[in-house]
Design a protein around this ligand. Structure first.
Ligand SMILES: Cc1cc2nc3c(=O)[nH]c(=O)nc-3n(C[C@H](O)[C@H](O)[C@H](O)COP(=O)(O)OP(=O)(O)OC[C@H]3O[C@@H](n4cnc5c(N)ncnc54)[C@H](O)[C@@H]3O)c2cc1C
Length: 421
């Protein structure tokens, strides 16, 4: 059964009935999630937020937007543009809903400058399983008044409540953009250069890593013509894509030039300053890397995170895992955040599962986590439950029981089981 409420009051009535009859509820935003979190079980009610579409307010004095959960990133971007503002979190899929972004704590390419969803959400309206409506946070940055329920709900993947409205921080929309592309012969040089780029003081808004396979896919998908000489393409094992933004074109140009020098000093084969149209194409192609991988037979895409300075060691060790299991693995990712996307090409389910287990195990041992931005959902649950600290997991189960005593909210997502309230 699919229900498509258009008001908070309707969500409240649905959840009250669901709790009374102990019917599990899975909330679905736009269905673009990559961890299977919005896939219901057979006996579940699917609650779609697709009709909760109102942009309630763009407050240009407080730099805040108030939106319903079903508003998409694309719709919010269009609405904020008219005010010279922008919601700075831009995961690769603009058809995703803000409710889904909040439930997965989505990240994306601009996290290196603006953080992830949880850094830009000031407040929420949410409906609890019994139907009660709560308001948390508001149009303010500072708050020190009891537990922070807004932050607890962000990233909870529909397992605690249904988010119905959000109050989001906006930033001024920059007018100038400069995009640099640097090919490297050696992937390690890139990962060593990334912390230096981040510390250079130029504050890039995007620092992306693409191996040569990912680069080929992004060029094809976006239709970019980068004019990189063939000889250099043959040498280049990986590429670094950096975007600088600002309002003063001279300043952005100066920063770009000093960044170019820095990259050449870190063994870049060359540094290309891309035209606005080629830059848009390559970024679009990079955002669609998931689809390029799928078209080429990729079994899954992993979104692990490790400390930024450990990326090079992590990539090297994963190459060892790939070799040991005769599995082809591609590397693209949000290098500025230590968040790497591994495209796993392996059709044998047993080998696939072993490879995934080792990749996650390695990331955790290196001080990272199983998922940086896509969430655990159903797809990564078995790996996450094995690697998560049992004390933290037990605490999370108690928190879930406090919100959802009948265990009706997206049961079986993130972790199994529940202690009673
Ligand atoms: C091509 C492509 C590129 C992508 N790039 C990125 C990227 O760069 N960064 C990134 O972080 N993600 C990325 N994603 C993943 C995806 O877009 C995000 O996970 C997004 O946040 C999901 O939003 P959605 O509305 O589609 O949610 P859904 O897929 O519908 O749901 C995701 C989860 O959120 C829960 N949920 C949804 N709405 C609500 C609500 N109102 N209240 C409570 N729970 C709710 C669901 O139950 C489910 O657990 C990408 C996906 C694709 C296909």
């Amino acid at each position: 059964v699919v229900v498509r409420p258009s008001t908070t009051e309707q969500v409240s009535r649905i959840l009250a009935l669901a709790q009374e009859h102990r019917i599990p509820v899975t909330t679905r935003g736009a269905g673009t999630g990559l961890s299977g979190g919005c896939i219901p079980t057979e006996e579940s009610l699917l609650l779609s937020t697709e009709r909760m579409k109102r942009i309630i307010e763009i407050d240009s004095e407080n730099h805040v937007a108030v939106v319903e959960a079903g508003v998409t990133l694309f719709e919010l971007d269009e609405a904020t543009a008219a005010h010279g503002l922008r919601y700075p979190i831009q995961p690769g899929e603009a058809s995703a809903s803000l409710g889904g972004n909040i439930a997965t704590n989505a990240g994306g390419m601009r996290a290196v400058k603006h953080g992830v969803t949880r850094h830009q959400v000031l407040g929420l309206e949410a409906v609890l399983p019994g139907g009660e409506v709560i308001q948390c946070g508001g149009k303010f940055v500072k708050v020190s008044s009891g537990y922070d329920l807004t932050q607890l709900i962000i990233g909870s993947e529909g397992t605690l409540c249904v988010v119905t409205k959000a109050t989001l921080k906006l930033v001024p929309r920059m007018t100038q953009r400069l995009t640099l592309l640097a090919p490297f012969e050696n992937a390690e040089d890139i990962t060593r250069a990334v912390p230096k780029v981040v510390h250079s003081g130029v504050s890039p808004s995007l620092v992306e890593y693409l191996d040569w396979v990912g680069m080929g896919g992004a060029v094809r998908r976006g239709g970019a013509d980068l004019s990189i000489p063939e000889e250099m393409k043959q040498k280049a094992k990986a590429y670094l894509l950096v975007v600088l933004e600002g309002n003063d074109s001279n300043r952005v140009q100066e920063d770009g030039e000093s960044l170019g020098e820095l990259l050449l000093g870190e063994n870049a084969l060359d540094v290309f300053f891309l035209s606005e149209s080629e830059a848009s194409k390559i970024i679009e192609g990079r955002e669609g890397a998931f689809w390029s991988g799928k078209e080429a037979g990729m079994a899954d895409q992993v979104d692990v995170v490790v400390p930024r300075a450990s990326l090079s060691k992590y990539v090297e060790s994963v190459q060892g895992i790939a070799q040991a299991h005769q599995t082809f693995i591609t590397f693209t990712g949000h290098a500025g955040d230590g968040n790497i996307h591994l495209g796993i090409f392996q059709n044998d389910p047993k080998v696939f599962s072993d490879v995934m287990g080792e990749i996650y195990d390695l990331a955790t041992k290196m001080g990272g986590m199983v998922s940086a931005e896509h969430g655990i959902g159903r797809a990564k649950k078995k790996y996450y439950q094995k690697l998560e600290d049992p004390v933290r997991l037990a605490l999370m189960r108690k928190i879930k029981a406090a919100f959802d005593p009948e265990n009706i909210m997206n049961p079986g997502v993130v972790f199994d089981g529940q202690t009673s309230a």
